[in-house]
Design a protein around this ligand. Structure first.
Ligand code: AMP
Ligand code: ZN
Length: 138
């Protein structure tokens, strides 16, 4: 299914031009217009899924394999030293386009820095309780 109002449906379907580095029957991979680092790419399924929880299992597993392939290609072609996969679900998590996508962000020694979290503290008991809470919803 496509969503008429979704910009990533239009980009993935080729209706809106993009810097495409990979395409197959299920995906298009493009360069992000606002890159976090040189070569920042977005993996877009051609069908519309709002986020990870809406994705079907076949597309989900293909997407992860594709992310590994794109990351490996970046290491060879861009001489980056590593890469991050970032995948935001929900506004609170930073999602701004509500069509599932995976960011593949090349990382270079010396930057640019990408914001990460400051590790907090949690007791073993807290962690055990939290694990039980989440388990109840699986
Ligand atoms: P997220 O915040 O995870 O939803 O990521 C959305 C990403 O899409 C951002 O990194 C934007 O820079 C990028 N983006 C938005 N519109 C376009 C576009 N037309 N072409 C390429 N990237 C885009
Ligand atoms: Zn869409």
């Amino acid at each position: 299914m496509k969503d008429e109002a979704c910009i990533f449906c239009k980009i993935a379907g080729g209706e809106i031009p993009s810097a495409t580095l990979y395409e197959d029957e299920d995906f298009r991979v493009i360069l992000d217009l606002g890159p976090a680092s040189k070569g920042h790419a977005l993996i877009l399924p051609k069908e519309h899924y709002a986020d990870l929880c809406a994705l079907d299992d076949k597309i989900a597993s293909k997407a992860l394999g594709l992310a590994a392939r794109i990351g490996a290609a970046m290491k060879k072609s861009l001489d980056c030293d590593g890469f991050n996969l970032v995948q935001n679900n929900g506004r609170a998590a930073g999602q701004t386009v509500f069509h599932f996508h995976i960011h593949v962000i090349p990382r270079y020694e010396g930057g640019p820095d990408i914001v990460s979290w400051t590790p907090g503290n949690a007791s073993g008991e807290e962690l055990a309780q939290l694990a039980e809470t989440i388990k109840t919803a699986l």
